[in-house]
Design a binder for this molecule. Structure first.
Ligand code: LLP
Length: 483
């Protein structure tokens, strides 16, 4: 089993290989507009392509020093490709921006629901970040990937006793979401010598929409305590020797381009912090959640990581100063903005169906099982042909997946150069909520994932095999075929 390989074309000796270090400003077939923006070297969430995307002398696309069409040949498609340099740059962007803009201690926790794996955990841990997990599975991945327990928080609006037990046994901070968490923990932790470290999550009453936000007293959310109950919860916990309320948590949404809601969140949270401390809780942490958006298509224009952190950090510091509160440690939980742009997906083009004067379908060998976001949220993506990203777009096509579902469309009405069966299609910004939300619909095995860095590709997720899909099937003896 190959777990690590150099690309067949060596970037250090191949005369057409791109010279290292200069990121490409790619101008692909799909309206040059999609890529003509300058590459932002310090805030990857503002780019479409990973930072190491480069074109060689033949105009072919390389990422992480690996020729994408080579990766497709070597590892098969669909293939998730994760660029280590982009992921590390994003981690660093959060770390440095927090150090620059927040006068107190700060830590970014990677929201691992975006893409949970041993390799990503190890990378994120080595960059000094922490991690947010929402299940025993994500928690085990984090612990086994080398994330120190004291840098992990466990979320969840319906945690099982087993999940809570695992968290407290390993010294992971638990984010209290509701009364049921409190009851379960009371039973599990009351006899323990040390109190359980807790953050209390509440609904802050700030709802974000794409272009506006509203503030309401009560939000219809399944997550966290209603703000009206916060005081009662904190009073109750003040009488629980097993509980140590180390901070508060709130999260307002995802793929947010506005900064104002996060500025407002700081005020709401500082008010709650004042209340919690007045009731005797240490409350040294303030966790403002995640939510910063990324660029999926050329017209998306998210703020940079630096700008987001500056606004959040300044607002928290100012809100605390106004209320004469000692500065808490500032925690945030970026998911998408940390990992999405580092990831791309490679597909092989297969069949074509032309419906005169209506539509041309180009089908690829993956679809809604490896990227359920278009069918779930009508999300838009940007794609290029891996070996001809600059070729002139000559047709408008709809890129369809291979699943038995009419809505299984990855990109609708996109301009591409004429593509033939066997061409490798690259879809950008698939590092978040693609693999993590994938399925085996139609019993299609999950793709492999490779981590690319300086010309080396490491398999970090093996490709599922059709036999793997039968592993948990049980055929009762009375139904077994008679041989
Ligand atoms: N913290 C909490 C408590 C969260 O619920 C989330 C995301 C995050 C942090 C990370 O948010 P981010 O930085 O990634 O925006 N499946 C959807 C996104 C669901 C987000 C759920 N919570 C999608 O594909 O767009």
């Amino acid at each position: 089993m190959v777990t690590s390989a150099s690309p067949t074309t060596d970037p250090t000796t191949d005369p057409v290989a791109p010279s290292p270090g200069t990121p490409a400003v790619i101008t692909p077939g799909e309206g040059a507009a999609a890529f003509e923006q300058d590459v932002d070297p310090v805030s990857p969430n503002r780019n479409l392509a990973p930072l190491t995307a480069q074109l060689d002398g033949l105009g072919r696309l390389w990422v992480g020093g690996c020729l994408l069409s080579d990766l497709a040949r070597t590892y098969g498609t669909p293939l998730y490709v994760l660029d280590e340099a982009t992921l590390r740059a994003t981690c660093r962007a959060y770390r440095l921006a927090l150090a620059e803009h927040y006068p107190g201690e700060a830590l970014a926790l990677y929201a691992s629901k975006a893409n949970s794996s041993l390799a990503i955990t190890a990378l994120v841990a080595s960059e000094g970040l922490g991690l947010d997990a929402v299940s025993a599975g994500e928690l085990l991945t984090a612990l086994q990937g080398g994330m120190p327990a004291e840098r992990i928080v466990l979320h969840g609006n319906n945690k099982s006793a087993e999940e809570l037990q695992l968290a407290i046994a390993r010294g992971v901070t638990v984010v209290l979401d509701n009364w049921s968490d409190i009851e379960l923990l009371q039973g599990l932790a009351a006899s323990r010598p040390d109190p359980v470290r807790l953050l209390v999550r509440f609904t802050p009453g700030i709802e974000c929409h794409t272009h506006e936000y509203i503030r309401t007293g009560h939000l219809d959310s399944k997550f966290g305590f209603d703000p009206d109950q916060l005081e009662a919860v904190l009073r109750h916990l003040a009488g629980c020797p097993w509980a140590r309320v180390d901070g508060l948590h709130a999260h307002i949404g995802s793929q947010i381009f506005e900064l104002e809601p996060h500025r407002d969140l700081a005020g709401v949270m500082a008010e709650a912090l004042a209340l919690a401390r007045s009731l005797g809780h240490p409350c040294g942490d303030l966790n403002v959640g995640g939510g910063l958006g990324i660029r999926y298509v050329g017209s998306d224009d998210p703020p940079s990581i630096q700008e987001w952190v500056r606004v959040v950090a300044t607002a928290v510091a100012e809100a605390c100063r106004q209320r004469q509160l000692a500065l808490p440690r500032l925690l945030c939980e970026p998911g998408r903005s940390l990992v999405a742009t580092a990831g791309i997906t490679l597909y092989t083009v297969g069949s074509r169906k032309e419906i005169p004067e209506l539509r041309t379908y180009l089908s690829v060998d993956g679809g809604m099982s490896d990227n359920p976001r278009p069918i779930t949220y009508q999300s838009l993506y940007t794609a290029v042909l891996a070996d001809r990203p600059l070729a002139e777009a000559t047709e408008t096509v709809t890129v369809a997946g291979k699943h038995c579902e009419s809505g299984d469309v990855l990109l609708r009405d996109v301009r591409l150069p004429a593509a033939a069966a066997g061409d490798v299609l690259t879809v950008f910004a698939t590092g978040a909520y693609n693999a993590a939300m994938g399925s085996n619909y139609n019993r299609i095995p999950r793709p492999a994932a490779v981590l690319v860095h300086e010309g080396v590709a490491d398999v970090v997720q093996r490709r599922e095999q059709p036999e793997d899909l039968l592993r948990y099937d049980v055929l009762p003896a009375r139904l077994a075929p008679v041989t």
